[in-house]
Design a protein around this ligand. Structure first.
Ligand code: A3P
Length: 321
């Protein structure tokens, strides 16, 4: 076995040996599968997903590039979809005692990871799942189903800074050394980093949101920050569970926003202490939030290079940042 990892099957090894590869800064190898870069363990998880997952018509898939607002989208979608079950009893709402990543689990980064083949048939409808895969990698498993996909994207510069903070914490804890911002920047420019390139993924979902073979709602973190009520109502409309006039009048939208706010979630005991099913401390998912923190970390030259790279990729698509 050339990959020292028992969670990777022979089939996956054979595939991987045919893929384009790159070393990351720690010497681990990333492989390019269907246009995106992954570690072997994730390639295996994706193969399992592609082989075994079959979408149900009323499934909801939340998709994002890491650090684009996934945690927030998971919390909001869970709260919106299950509001009749839990809204009247905010004291025992699952979001108060569990982390959004445990309530809406990642397909490739959690459920199918470590060569697992979870039985998802028993889960009640509507099933909520999340993914960081690009649309083309999801596509075959969704093809026979009109299930809905919600994609959230965020400015690449804030995504980069958020990712750098996130990885820095992990590196500091595990290796007790610093992780330079320049390294994250270089990776973003080169494109070979886990789940990258960012701009290719964004474009894959944006294009799909226009053609509509599967309904894709394209959301933006910045718009959610600016007009949270309008964006949550848009989300509910898309999911087929619009807020009624009575709900709007009685403040249900505001209650959901407050429940899912960064301030509320990050102060809960479960999110200060716990670890998610994908093995990451809950608190790592909450930091500052908001728009424009990149200005505190990136030089003008770095910002310009990132913007130009994204602009070039999105040219002619109708999507602008
Ligand atoms: P910052 O690092 O810029 O603060 P993801 O959930 O995709 O991993 O993204 C994490 C980013 O979303 C972090 O951004 C985090 O602080 C922010 N975030 C997490 N929960 C949030 C919430 N409830 N509302 C708004 N932003 C949130």
């Amino acid at each position: 076995k050339f990959i020292n990892d028992d969670s990777v099957s022979q089939e996956c090894e054979n595939l991987i040996s045919s893929l384009h590869s790159e070393k990351d800064s720690t010497g681990k190898t990333l492989y390019n599968y269907q246009g995106s870069w992954y570690y072997p363990n994730t390639v295996q998880a994706i193969l399992n997903f592609q082989k075994h997952f079959r979408a149900r018509d009323n499934d909801i898939i939340l998709a994002s590039f890491p650090k684009s607002g996934t945690t927030w989208l998971k919390a909001l979608t869970f709260a919106v979809v299950h509001r009749n079950k839990y809204a009247t009893n905010l004291v025992s709402h699952p979001l108060l005692s569990d982390n959004p990543h445990n309530l809406v689990r990642f397909l490739e980064a959690d459920l199918y990871v470590n060569n697992q083949r979870p039985d998802l048939e028993e889960l009640p409808s509507p099933r909520l799942f999340a993914t960081h895969m690009p649309f083309q990698t999801l596509h075959d498993s969704l093809r026979d189903s009109p299930c809905k996909v919600v994609y959230v994207c965020r400015d690449i510069k804030d995504v980069l800074v958020s990712r750098w903070h996130f990885i820095s914490k992990l590196v500091k804890k595990e290796l007790n050394c610093n992780y330079p911002l320049e390294e994250t920047f270089e990776k973003f420019i080169k494109g070979a980093y886990s789940f990258g390139p960012f701009q290719d993924q964004v474009l894959s979902y944006f294009k799909e949101s226009l053609v509509n073979s599967n309904p894709v709602l394209f959301m933006r973190y910045e718009e959610m920050i600016e007009k949270p009520e309008a964006q949550v109502m848009r989300l509910a409309d898309f999911l087929g569970c619009s807020f009624t006039e009575e709900e709007k009048q009685s403040g249900t939208v505001e209650k959901i926003l407050e429940l899912c706010s960064l301030g509320n979630l990050s102060n809960l005991e479960v999110n200060k202490m716990g670890t998610s099913t994908c093995g990451i401390a809950h608190q790592a998912f909450f930091r500052k939030g908001g728009v424009g923190d990149w200005k505190n970390h990136l030089t003008d030259d770095m910002a310009r290079k990132l913007d130009e790279m994204v602009k070039k990729k999105l040219e002619g698509s109708g999507l602008k940042f």
